[in-house]
Every structure is written in C-alpha cells, then in structure tokens.
Design a protein around this ligand. Structure first.
Ligand code: 5AD
Ligand code: SF4
Length: 454
C-alpha cells in the first residue's frame, strides 16, 4: 500500500509543540510520512488550544478554511487533537462531515490504529478520556534537525484549579514522568548535538515521582526504596547528567516553588537564571477569586528571596486583566506590583471566560471590554518600560550567549539568548549556530540586546 502522508498544524503553548513532536514520532514509527504541504496530505491533524476564546475562534476559522480540501482529495482525514478535543466532543456530531477524528492529549498512541481504521472502513472516532499514567515516557519526540533547543516534557496536566483556567479540564490531572526516561532523553539530546533543554510542565514545581500514577493516589506506606523525586531533585539530576547543556524550565508556580529550587539553580552553572513565575494579579481579592493560593505579600516575599539567592535572575510572568469583579483599585494593585518586581518580560491577557471553569459557572464577567482593553494597554505600556529598564542593566556587561540562528534583520548578524532569556543580536565572526560564546552588550532596544563577540 502507498505510504500515507500526514500534515500537522500546531496552536498554543510549548506543551502543544512538544505533543505534536510526540504525535509525529508515533506516526513515523508506523510508516506514515510527514509533509509540510497541506494539499499533499492524506491526513490533516490540527493540534488545538483552548486557553482563550481567541485561540479557539482562530482554530474554528482554520478548520472552516480547510474543509474545501475534502472535495478535492478522496478519503482525506481531518483530525482534531489536543485541548479543544473536550470542547469539540459535544459538537462532533454536527461537524462530523468535516472532522473524522477527535483525540484528547492522552490518546495519541491510538492515532495510527484509528487512521488505518478510517482509511479502511471510513468510520469516525473520538477519544477524550484521561489516563492516570500516560506520560509518553518511552517515546522520543521527533524534533527538527536544525534545532538547538529541545523541549522535554516532565509532567502533564494540572491539579491547581485556578478558577479561570480550562487546562485541568482539557488536560486532566497531574501526572509526572519517570525520571529515568527524562534523564535518558536528556543524554540522547546531548549526543544528538542539542545544546539546551527546556523542562516543560503546566506547573513544574508539582513534579512528584513516587513510581508513577496520579499524585492524589500517592500513599507513602506503599513506597518502595524511598524513591520520591521532586522538582529540585529532578533539576539537579538533569543538570548533573548533561553538564554541558543549558537547562531551562517552564512554568513555575508561586505557591509551590521552593527554596531548594533556587539553591539548585545557584549551585549549577548550566541552569539558566530565569524563572517564569505567573502572578496573574496584584490584588489579594482577585488572587483569592482566582484560587491562586498565595497572597500578594507572599509573592513579594518570594521575589525578594529569588533576588537574594540569585541576584541576577530574570523573572517573567503572566498577567490577566479584567477578571470578574476587578475594580480600578485591584488594577492599580497589579500595576503597583509590577512596579515593585520590574519583570524582565510578561505575557499579558484580557480575561476570557472559559466554559467548564469555576469562574464561568459562578462569577459574572462584569468588566466591560472597553475597560479590559484600557487596563491591558496600561499594563503593556508599563511592562515595556520595565523590560527596557532591565535590558539597559546589561549594557557594558559580558554575557554568555547561545547562538540560535541568523538574525532576521541582517545575514551578517546572529541572534542568541543570554542566561536570563533575553534575545541578543551580534556580529557573526567565525562562530557557528550552537556555539556558546561571550558577547559584550553595547546597546539595547526596548526588546533586544545588541552586542559584539568578545
Ligand atoms: N483568560 C485569559 N488568560 C488566561 N490564561 C489562562 N486562562 C485564561 C483565561 N481564561 C493565561 C494565564 C496563564 C497563561 C498560560 O494563560 O495567564 O498563566
Ligand atoms: Fe491553569 Fe492554574 Fe494549572 Fe496554570 S496552574 S495550568 S493557570 S489551572
């Protein structure tokens, strides 16, 4: 039989990029061939994101846009993967003329089997069940060859139940991956020439290995050989296993990050000094409504501790503006907190009510769009000032930069990142992509550092 070609399109966060790499690996192993041209594909897979309404709308539009391909290609399979699977489930029977397959984040191993079934019998399949132990730990994701940085997923799902967030409903409960498989993958990546690893989890500080399974099922009396591994232990193991690679991790949680994490970061030179620590809001009232489980004061204490242990650490965050009942006072408290921390960079969003969440069911989305937009603009403008303030502090310093590629602005320049995750542009000299080099920072824009090889 002629080998079938698949095309995969990705939306959303790094976790989805990593998942798409897993999907490609599963399909390649079963003899399918990846194509970058959608019109050549026998199977089109859309890996979806439902974190905000905007992302969902974009994907629905895209599906509408590609449905015409069904008229031209006999037996074309369109599959929906990822976070929107749960939401699509309900619409499935309405849209099943377009979509043949809906698979949630824990069901990707079934893909080859279901695709073959659809090709032979033309059925339609859906599986959005959550597994208690699926972490795809034995599958080496298919990464692009020229990449310098690799994502390594260490845990899946989230138990935190922030009231605005749909992730616990689309990705299920937290499951940590076997540390041995993580270390093996890191070693493999080093052998393959990768230079940097980003350990990924919705909430890395929740990483907890006691032999597998859901965290809530952990029973200390059934522990064998005291094998608990938490995030700081894992981070240390990774740093020791691949001492010549840079290590990053993403995302930390203000309620769960520990001093041990900071101390491990300090101890190992190859762990980058950057923490993504979403605050979401600077108001205690809103933090409580969001069920974030920390107060503004506790967050500030944590920031102080980070700067004390890691004086040059860069800190970034996520902020949501216009959450239910957010007053002007609450908004000002967010601006005020930003002024205290002076984040290196932030991702800033307007609150978007998501079905299934507590906030959607119980609270009133009562901040008008006009106010949300105005508050977002104020937050973005302030962040711009802080990013510039932080970048300027690097001027005159000599920093270690990992060369990631050729600058988009000029082929005579490289771009790379410093330990704090800032982008740096510099002249090429005789170096190659992937080299770790010293760069003297001479200048900056509001988003980028400019330097020369030292
Ligand atoms: N509306 C707006 N932003 C959201 N995020 C998560 N859920 C929502 C929502 N309903 C943001 C949070 C989170 C980031 C990944 O996305 O800031 O940290
Ligand atoms: Fe969503 Fe909160 Fe979990 Fe992050 S920690 S994925 S915001 S529920």
């Amino acid at each position: 039989m002629e080998k079938k070609k698949y095309y995969i399109e990705n939306y959303g966060c790094q976790m989805n990029i990593s998942d798409s790499e897993i999907v490609c690996s599963i399909l390649d192993n079963e003899g399918f061939i990846q194509t970058d041209l959608i019109q050549n594909a026998n199977i089109i897979l859309i890996n979806t994101c439902s974190i905000r309404e905007k992302s969902e709308k974009k994907i629905l539009l895209r599906i509408n846009q590609i449905k015409y391909l069904k008229n031209y290609k006999k037996n074309l399979i369109i599959g929906i993967l990822g976070c929107m699977a749960e939401i699509f489930k309900k619409k499935f029977f309405k849209i099943n003329k377009i979509v043949n397959l809906i698979l949630g984040p824990d069901s990707y191993r079934e893909l080859p089997f279901l695709i073959k079934k659809i090709l032979n019998q033309n059925g339609k399949y859906i599986n959005t069940y959550f597994s208690n132990n699926e972490t795809y730990s034995d599958i080496i994701p298919k990464r692009k060859k020229e990449k310098i940085t690799a994502f390594v997923t260490i845990m899946r799902g989230c138990d935190n139940m922030c009231t605005f967030c749909v992730v616990p409903f689309t990705r299920g409960r937290e499951k940590s991956r076997d540390p041995i498989s993580i270390l093996k993958e890191c070693e493999f990546l080093f052998q393959k020439g990768f230079k940097e690893i980003i350990l990924l989890g919705q909430n890395v500080d929740s990483y907890f290995w006691y032999g597998g399974g859901l965290k809530k099922n952990f029973n200390k009396f059934s522990l064998k050989n005291n094998t608990i591994i938490n995030f700081p232990k894992l981070l240390e193991l990774v740093a020791k296993t691949v001492p010549f690679m840079r290590i990053r991790f993403w995302t930390s949680n203000p309620n769960q990050i520990t001093l041990n994490v900071l101390n491990v970061m300090k101890k190992y030179k190859n762990i980058c000094k950057h923490i993504h620590l979403p605050v979401q809001s600077g108001s205690n009232k809103i933090l409580s409504l969001m069920n974030r489980k920390y107060s503004r004061e506790e967050y500030i204490l944590l920031i102080n501790q980070i700067y004390k242990i890691l004086p040059n650490c860069s800190i970034s965050c996520d902020i949501i503006t216009g959450f239910c009942n957010e007053s002007e006072k609450d908004h000002n408290e967010t601006l005020n907190l930003m002024n205290y921390v002076k984040y290196n960079f932030s991702y800033m969003f307007i609150y978007s009510p998501r079905k299934l969440t507590y906030a959607f069911k119980k609270f009133n989305d009562n901040v008008s769009l006009t106010i949300k937009k105005r508050r977002l603009t104020e937050i973005i403008n302030l962040q711009r000032k802080h990013s510039y303030y932080r970048l300027k502090k690097s001027i005159g310093k000599i920093q270690e930069i990992l060369i990631e590629g050729i600058s988009k602005k000029s082929i005579n320049y490289f771009y790379g990142r410093n330990s704090g995750n800032d982008i740096v542009i510099f002249n090429k000299k005789n170096y190659k992509i992937g080299n770790l080099i010293k760069v003297k920072i001479n200048n900056c824009t509001s988003a980028t550092l400019i330097g020369e090889i030292f």
